[in-house]
Design a binder for this molecule. Structure first.
Ligand code: FO1
Length: 314
């Protein structure tokens, strides 16, 4: 059994590789700090990216949304004066409408997600990081921006000076997460190659969760989202520069220092390996770019083998 922490596209790809390998012996704990209310709907972009990816229906050109979308809803909504900056495809809207209605009726996000995953034939367990509303806020010199306004509306252009996870103080881990953590067969915890600041950090900000993951006593392994000083996708490297950190896999390892036991970086960054040992980390270089489904599986195999090696050495 593996517990994988994931954000959007990169995290979803590794989760897919892990599911190819482990089937239902995988729980994916997903960031919900990106969630927002839009046109009266509750949208959960990372949860949906993971769900669509694991269901094999994600749009390959972007990694988010449903493959082969049509846009009649958005076209008509725009014509009627609605916002057009966030692209909601017709198939995708079905999930937002049904989920929003179920949330309004008082169902928990965890239950709704489990039902959706079951209906889409997903074998792994997909869990939102919490059922509470946590919203990532991006601090910029011009003020504070809700995450999707920063990410999609402003195309990540504003300089970031910090982040807040509104509502996380009163968020709690769910009983489904408690059960996954109590599973005697839990063998490793994996931090997927997701943005450390806005994908993994909101998950670890759920009160008590970081300590509980650490105290669980199984290897915690992170995969670098930075290759050759650049993010595979998204603004992670830009954020690092703006926060005064030289973007590199080494900087990601330093960010997770004290929490993780092992670090996987890309073969392209193998020269950094000698600089990781002083951090008290086991580290390996592997091919980590996931262009094909086989790439996802190969990276998952490397992660699982590395975690097993760390467990054996304890
Ligand atoms: N990302 C964009 O860059 N532009 C969009 O219009 C957009 C729409 C969208 C709709 C549904 C969904 O589940 C995801 C969507 N995303 C879009 C992706 C999303 O905003 C980001 O990838 C994540 O929040 C960052 O992990």
């Amino acid at each position: 059994m593996i517990l994988a922490l994931a954000g959007g596209v990169g995290g979803a790809k590794l989760a897919d590789g892990l599911m190819q390998l482990l089937g239902d012996e995988l729980t994916v704990l997903v960031n919900t700090g990106d969630d927002f209310e839009h046109m009266g709907l509750t949208i959960c972009p990372d949860l949906d990216t993971v769900t669509y990816t694991l269901a094999g229906i994600a749009e390959p050109s972007t990694g988010w949304g449903v493959a082969g979308e049509s846009w009649a809803f958005l076209d008509q909504a725009t014509r009627l004066g609605g916002p057009s900056w966030f692209q909601l495809g017709d198939r995708d809207v079905a999930l937002h409408v049904l989920r929003s209605e179920r949330l309004r009726r008082g169902e928990r996000l965890t239950e709704i997600t489990a039902d959706v995953c079951c209906r889409l034939g997903i074998r792994a367990q997909v869990l939102p990081m919490t059922d509470a509303a946590v919203r990532t806020i991006v601090h910029t010199p011009q003020g504070k921006l809700p995450f999707q306004e920063y990410f999609v509306k402003e195309r990540c252009a504003p300089v970031v000076t910090g982040f807040a996870f509104a509502g996380s103080e009163s968020a709690a881990p769910t009983r489904e997460l408690d059960a996954a953590l109590a599973d005697r067969d839990l063998a490793a915890i994996v931090l997927c190659p997701s943005n450390p600041y806005v994908s993994i950090a909101p998950i670890l900000a759920v009160p008590g969760l970081q300590q509980r993951l650490k105290q669980r006593g199984v290897p915690i392994v992170a995969v670098s989202p930075i290759i050759g000083g650049a993010a595979v996708k998204g603004p992670a490297a830009k954020m690092m520069r703006e926060l005064g950190i030289e973007p590199s896999a080494l900087a990601v390892a330093e960010h997770y220092r004290g929490f993780i036991d092992g670090f996987l970086l890309d073969d392209a960054d193998a020269a950094l390996l000698p600089r990781l040992a002083p951090l008290g980390l086991a580290a390996r270089a592997v091919p980590s770019l996931m262009k094909t489904s086989a790439d996802r599986r190969h990276l998952a195999e490397a992660v699982v083998a590395f975690a097993a090696e760390l467990a054996a050495g304890r």
